[in-house]
Design a protein around this ligand. Structure first.
Ligand SMILES: Cc1cc2nc3c(=O)[nH]c(=O)nc-3n(C[C@H](O)[C@H](O)[C@H](O)COP(=O)(O)O)c2cc1C
Length: 186
């Protein structure tokens, strides 16, 4: 027996993407988005509602960053998902975030979040809410790297969104090797 949950946006794992952009005065703002992911080799697609301050900023500056939310910053990452920069001017600062301008695009990197995609706006369709960005660079703060310069997921401690329970879960335990374990059945 399976239980049916209906036609709803429920899947595992859903990302916790923190999207950041500057407004026309260079003030950074950020929002939380769970509906999105990689859609091509150098492309990310997300479903973002037109009214969000972040979307307005992206349309003005034609650029944004997408940081991976992490366990150390759950409160800040949830905060930017429940308060709008349309109403709270210093939302980014209130979240405890600090911005450093990306060297690749006209958008802020969030110092507190180690892993980020730096993106140029490709297009936005307000009817479908789909916003697509070209990934121009991926940067990872050194504090999340191991001694070989590789990304250490234990140091990043990324989180995912559980839409079934409205919770955030820490991503952690390694259970296999991609493009490899399946060979056992070949
Ligand atoms: C867990 C979570 C996931 C969210 N996912 C999305 C999403 O995928 N698309 C979207 O448009 N809004 C999403 N939101 C809502 C926005 O983050 C929220 O409306 C935010 O206040 C917009 O901020 P802004 O107006 O300052 O840009 C999500 C919020 C939370 C807490």
């Amino acid at each position: 027996m399976r239980k049916n949950f209906g036609a709803k946006p429920l899947s595992y794992p859903q990302p916790v993407l923190i999207i950041a952009a500057y407004d026309e005065n260079g003030i950074p703002n950020a929002m939380n988005a769970a509906w999105g992911g990689i859609s091509e080799m150098n492309e990310i697609s997300m479903c973002l509602s037109e009214g969000h301050k972040t979307v307005k900023n992206i349309l003005k500056r034609k650029a944004f960053t997408v940081s991976m939310a992490d366990a150390a910053h759950v409160i800040a990452c949830d905060y930017v998902g429940i308060v709008s920069g349309n109403h709270v001017e210093d939302k980014f600062t209130k979240a405890g975030f600090h911005a450093t301008k990306s060297s690749f695009v006209d958008a802020p990197l969030i110092d507190e979040l180690a892993v980020a995609l730096e993106c140029r706006l490709k297009d936005y369709n307000p009817e479908t809410c789909i916003l697509r960005g070209e990934i121009v660079n991926v940067s990872v703060d050194e504090r999340a790297l191991n001694e070989h310069g590789q990304v250490d997921p234990a140091k990043v401690a990324p989180i995912c969104f559980d839409p079934f329970n409205n919770t955030y879960l820490k991503i952690g335990e390694k259970v296999g090797n991609a493009f490899a374990d399946g060979k056992l059945l070949k």
